[in-house]
Ligand binder design. Structure first.
Ligand code: APR
Ligand code: PHB
Length: 392
């Protein structure tokens, strides 16, 4: 098999890149090691920055998003038993975000690609990337029990945090920066109408809680829990009682309860791999960087990476210039570090450390009070949350 751009991984990064390339007439192939059902069934986050929505619209993948996505004009911060609205359009000159589950974005992109191309192979696992420094790199993969080779001009690793692409960088060239957090998130899906109109980020006495949603009938909620927590230790009543305690305010507000249909625990880390390009191998999305979910940046960063990359491939295709592709790593990493900083700050401001001390807690509250008391401080949060500009 031969193609111009060989894409490893059919998550949001790989699928959107394929769509963008296809629309500019650049041929590519996506190899995805899992089944379609597995890829479409994964529960992930669901907050889309405006730039992400614009990108999906521009490539004709937003039909369902435009009818089912929920446009949000802000978030609520809760601490000290009080609620504070952060108004995005007012603070950012009109920007909003959209709540639409990542798993739905993936379903929409898979359906389009299977209908219109380019080729998307499920249960096709990349085993190795060879000759990334040369002009004709190659991906060895297994499909339907047979080992095959995909000859490419370029290879893109969109294969997530556990993929093989990052490991192909020579050790002397790549550098990894990592931070692990001393807590995890217990996430639940519940068949009950959300108890709020916008997302609630709460700093409770016993830790962080987040109220998000999937539709007018389905709520998505998260609780900070200790690392190593077994979801089995959290029967439904315990989850609701703890959510109640962390969202509690002085004043009228009730958390609606309903049947919990899914429960899982996710660890939290920040991870950045530099550079994001080696020869003719480029990385995008979780293959290159991970952020904790507090700022909801994971999917949005994957989208901004592939937008920059698609621009670079288009420039090369149309003009023969590799100027943008040559700056790919530098352009993306600037935005990646900004999102890493924002996610870290949001996480540290809202979670309770196991070794909590009064000094740290006063600082957390001082940061939160500053955001709610000062318009420039709130505007800074709103600018980062709704998404910094894409460097193009
Ligand atoms: N061969 C083929 N496919 C692979 C291989 C391999 N060797 N290794 C991994 N994959 C596939 C995975 O099965 C997965 O479907 O690569 C895909 C990577 O997708 P994601 O993990 O979703 O990563 P990405 O596309 O970068 O999406 C960014 O945003 O909200 C965050 O972490 C969240 O998924 C998320 C991400
Ligand atoms: C989600 O809806 O799953 C979600 C929203 C915002 C976050 C994290 C997760 O910060």
């Amino acid at each position: 098999m031969r193609t111009t751009v060989g894409i490893i991984g059919g998550g949001p990064a790989g699928l959107l890149l394929a769509r963008l390339l296809h629309r500019t007439g650049i041929d590519c192939v996506v190899l995805e090691r899992r089944t379609r059902a597995h890829v479409e069934g994964r529960q992930r986050a669901g907050m889309l920055e405006q730039g992400t929505v614009d990108a999906l619209r521009e490539c004709g993948a937003a039909e369902r998003l435009d009818t089912e996505g929920m446009v949000h004009h802000g978030i609520e911060l809760r601490f000290d038993r009080e609620r504070h609205h952060i108004d995005f359009p007012v603070l950012t000159g009109g920007r909003t975000v959209t709540i639409y589950a990542q798993t739905e974005v993936v379903k929409d992109l898979v359906a389009l690609q299977l209908a219109e191309g380019p080729p998307l192979l499920f249960e096709a696992e990349a085993l190795a990337i060879e000759r990334p420094e040369s002009e004709n790199p190659l991906v060895r993969f297994v499909h339907e029990g047979r080992e095959e080779s995909l000859h490419c001009d370029w290879v893109v690793g969109c294969d997530g945090f556990h993929g093989i692409a990052r490991g192909t960088f020579p050790a002397a060239l790549g550098r990894t920066h990592e931070h692990r957090y001393p807590y995890s998130w217990l996430g639940v899906l519940a068949d009950v109408a959300p108890s709020c109109e916008e997302l609630i980020y709460a700093r409770g006495e016993n830790g962080f809680a987040l109220h998000s949603m999937r539709s007018p009938r389905v709520s998505r909620l998260y609780l900070q829990v200790p690392n190593g927590t077994d979801p089995g230790d959290w029967p439904d009543d315990r989850v609701w009682d703890e959510l109640d305690a962390r969202f509690a305010i002085d004043g009228d507000w009730t958390l609606r309860r309903g049947p919990i249909t899914a429960k899982s625990v996710t660890g939290m880390r920040s991870h950045v791999h530099e550079p994001m390009r080696h020869g003719r191998l480029l990385l995008a999305g979780d293959a290159a960087h991970i952020v904790p979910p507090t700022g909801a940046k994971g999917l949005n960063l994957a989208v901004s990476d592939v937008r920059v990359m698609a621009r670079g491939f288009t420039q090369l295709h149309l003009t023969g210039s590799s100027q943008l592709l040559d700056r790919y790593s530098e352009l993306c990493l600037e935005r990646v570090w900004q999102a890493t900083r924002f996610s870290y700050d949001m996480t540290r401001m809202l979670h309770t450390r196991p070794d909590r001390d009064a000094f740290e807690e006063h600082l957390q509250l001082a940061r939160l009070r500053r955001i709610t008391a000062s318009r420039p401080a709130a505007a800074e949060l709103a600018a980062n949350y709704t998404g910094l500009p894409i460097p193009l």
